[in-house]
Design a protein around this ligand. Sequence first.
Ligand code: N01
Length: 558
Amino acid sequence: MDRASGKAKAESQGLDFDVVVVGAGFAGLATLHRLRDQMGYSVRVIEAGSAAGGTWYWNRYPGARCDVESLQYSMSISPEVDQEWNWTERFAAQPEILEYTQFLVDKMDFAKDIEFNTRVASAAFDESDNSWTVTTQGGDSLRCRWLVMAAGPLSTPNLPDFPGLDSFEGEVYHTGAWPKEEVSFKGKRVAQIGTGSSGVQIAQEIAKHATKHYVLQRTAHHIIPAANRPINPGEQEEVKKRYRELRDMWQATPGATSYQSLPSNPSIVPGDKSVLEVSPEERREIFDNAWNYGGYAFHRSFNDLLKSTEASTLANEYIAERILEIVSDPAAAEKLVPKQFYGTKRVILDTNYYSIFNQENVELIDVREDPIERITPAGIQTASGKLYEVDMIVCATGFDAMTGSLTRMDIHGRGGAVLRDVWKGGPESYLGIMVTGFPGMFIVGGPQSCSALANVIVANEQQAEWICDCIGYLDKNGYTSIEPTSKAQSDWVEHVNELADGTIYTKGPSWYSGANIEGKPRTFLLYVAGYPTYTKTCNDVAEKGYEGFELDRAKAVN
Ligand code: N01
C-alpha cells in the first residue's frame, strides 16, 4: 500500500486517518515511521509539546541527563542519521538529546504528520463500526481505525498535595514540567523536595548557584558514579561502523544495553558470578573497579544484586563506605546512606552529588524524621514547627508512572467503560500492549511491559514494530478489531507479578509498584524477565496468530 492509497482507504471508510498516535516521543516517532514510511498508512500524531522529544521535551531541568550510554541511546530507524549524528559525551545531556530528536524529525520529514501544541482530552471506541474517535482539548475530533497510545511511561508529573502550596510567594517548579525560559538559582534560597534521579541531577546545579540550598530528603536512594566524559576518540567511529552488529549484541542483554559501548573496551566486572561466592577481597576489588569505571558497571558487577537480599545488603555496605568517605559531616553522611535494599528503587547515576553536602550553602533535611507539614507564603514548614524560608521550591517528586498519561485522558472502551475506572484496583494489560475492553487501542510502554526497565528507546522501537506489524496483519486479513481475552490478560498480570516476586524489586516501595502516589493501588507495573525474553514472548504470540487475542472482522466498514 502506498501513502496515497493508505489515505484513500481511511477516507473510503469515513475515517480521517488509518491510525492516530498520541505522543511524539521516541515511541510515537517509531510508530509513525513504521506505519507511514514502511507500510503506507495514513497517520496523525498528536503531541502536547511544541516539538518532538516526549520526556526529554518536558524534563528540561538543569542537569537532566540520560543514564544509558549515548552511543546506545539512539533510534535504529535511519542508517543515515546513525552516520551523520555525533554524540559528544558518554552520557548525553537533555539539550543534546532534544537536538538529536529534532535532527531525526527533520531528516525523516516527520513534522508534517504531527499536530503539535495539542493535548488529547478523550478517545472513544465506537462499537457500531470498530472505530476510535480522538478528541483534543481544543474540541477537534479525528476518527481512525487504530489508536496507538505512545504518551510515555514517565511523563505525568506527580505533585503531592502539599497544604498551602498556592500561598507560597516565591517561585515553584516541577522537574517534570520545567519551563523553557531560563530559571536562575543565583543568589536565591532554594528548597528542593525529592532525591530520586531528577532530584539528584538538579541538586548538583542548584548547589552551584544558590546562596542557600535545602535538600529535603525522605528516602536516601542508591547513587553510583556515572563517570561521564567526552566520547573517546575513535569510539564513535567504531560504533558507527558496527551499529547493526552492536545493536544486536546490546539487545541480547536483559536491559537492551551494555555498560560498555564497545566489546573491545576493557571488561572490568565478571557479571556472571554471585557476590556471595567470592572472597571479601575479591568482592571489594570488583566493586571498586565497577565504581571507578562508572555507569551501570556496578549494577552488572554480580549476577544477584537484584535477586537476593543478602547480595543486595553487601552492595549497600559497599556504597555506605563510599558515602562516608566522601561526605565530611558524619551526621549528613549517615542520613545519605540508603537503608532499603539495593535496587528496590531505581539506582541513580550521578557526577558530584554526595560532595555537594560538603559545601557550606547546602543543607540536608530529613523529612522522614520531620515531615513537611505545610507550605507557607515564606517557605516550607515541617512537623516540628521549623520553617525553611526560601525564594524557590523545586519539586523533584517524580511521576504517576506507567499509567498516569493514560488515566488522565478520558478513554472510553467497549460499553463506554472508562479506562481509569477499569484500572481503579490496579492496571491490567496483556503484554503491556493492549487492554481487554479497549479493542484496537495499542499502548507503547504500557503497564506490565518491560519498557522502563530496559533501554527505553530500544523497548519503544520493539513494541512499536510489533504493534504496527499487528495492524498490518489485521488489515491484510480483513479484521477491524483486536482485544485480549480476559484470561490472557489475567494470566499475563499473574505472570508479571510472579516474576517480580522473585526479585529485589518488590522488597520495598517505589514507583515500580505505584507506591509513590498516595492512593494508587499497589501492583507491580513492569515485566522483569528482561528485554530478550519479553521480545520473544511477543513474537511467539504473533507467530501463533495473535494467541490470547480475539480478532473480529464482523464489523468491517465497507
Ligand atoms: O522521581 P522518583 P524522579 N514529600 O519517584 C520524593 C526516570 N528518570 O523524577 O523516595 C517528600 O524517583 C520521593 O521520596 P521517596 C527514572 O526511571 C531518569 O526522580 O518516595 N518527598 C523521591 O525522593 C526514575 O526512576 C533520569 O521517599 C517526596 C522523589 O520525591 C524516574 O524517572 C532522570 C514526596 C521522587 O523520586 C523517576 O525519577 C530523571 C513528599 N510528599 C528521571 N513525594 C535519567 O537519568 C515524593 N517525594 C535517565
